[in-house]
Design a protein around this ligand. Sequence first.
Ligand code: DGT
Ligand code: MG
Ligand code: MG
Length: 253
Amino acid sequence: MLTSKLEYVREFESGNKLPNFNWIVVRIDGWHFHKFAEAHRFEKPNDARALNLMNACAACMLENFPDILFAYGDSDEYSFIWREKTNFCGRMESQILSQSVSLFTSAYVMKWKEFFPTQDLIYPPAFDGRVICYPKIKLVRDYLNWRQADCHINNQFNTCFWALVKSGKSKSQAQKFLQGTQTAEKNRLLKEFGIDYGDLPAMFRKGSCVYEDKSSAEIDEQKDPKCRNVVIDHSDIIGNEFWNQHSYILSDD
Ligand code: DGT
Ligand code: MG
Ligand code: MG
C-alpha cells in the first residue's frame, strides 16, 4: 500500500534514450591524469605499462559488451564504437555511459598490479565519459580519424618537448621553442637528438585499436562460441587499407 502511494517519485527520474539508427560512441578519459601520472611515476612522454593497461581494460570492455565493435585509444582516453542497432540498456544514455565507465575503471584497478608490479596504486583513479551519436558511418570514420590525428600531434609535440627538457631547457623554454613549429621542423629537431620519429613504437605514434578478429579465427570446438577473439594492434586507421581488410567490423548488421 505504502509503496504504491510513494511510487509517484519515480516520475521525477529523467532518462535520455539515444536515437535509433545511430552509431553510439562512448569516450572515456582519465580524470586529472597529469597528476595521476606524476604520482605513479609514469615515464615521459609515454609509459608503455600505462598504455598496455589501458589496452587491457579496452579488451575487457569488448569481452563483456558484445555490442562494442571497435575501440581506439591513446594517452588516458579510449573511444568505444557501439553497434548502430544496439539495444543495450534500451539505448538509455545514462546506463550505457555509467556501465562503460564503471567497468573500465574497475578493470583498471583490478589489472593494475599485472602492469605495474613494482608501483603501488596510491589513490583510486577516476574516468569521465561522454556519449556521442553519429547517424552516418562516414562520421564515425571521421571521428576515429580525428582521434588518431590528435594522438600523432600530441605525441610528436610531447616527444620534442621532453627531449628539449632532458637536454637542459626549462619547461617554459621548451614550450616557447616549439610554438608554431610544423611537423617537418619537429622531425628535424628530433633527428638532432638522435631520434627518428618513425622508429618510435607504433603504440606511441598511432595509438591502439581493439576489435574482434574474425578473419583469422580458427574454429576451436573447445571454445565457447560467445567468447570473442579480441585483438589489440596499432594500425593506421586514417587510410582505407585497415578498413578494407576488416570491412566486417563496422558493416555489422
Ligand atoms: P582532465 O582529462 O581534464 O581531467 O585532465 P588530464 O590531466 O587527464 O588531461 P588530459 O586528459 O588532457 O591529458 C592526459 C594527461 O595524462 C597528460 O597530462 C599526461 C598524462 N599521461 C597520459 N599518458 C601518459 C604517459 O604515458 N606518460 C606520462 N608521463 N603521462 C601520461
Ligand atoms: Mg584526462
Ligand atoms: Mg586525455
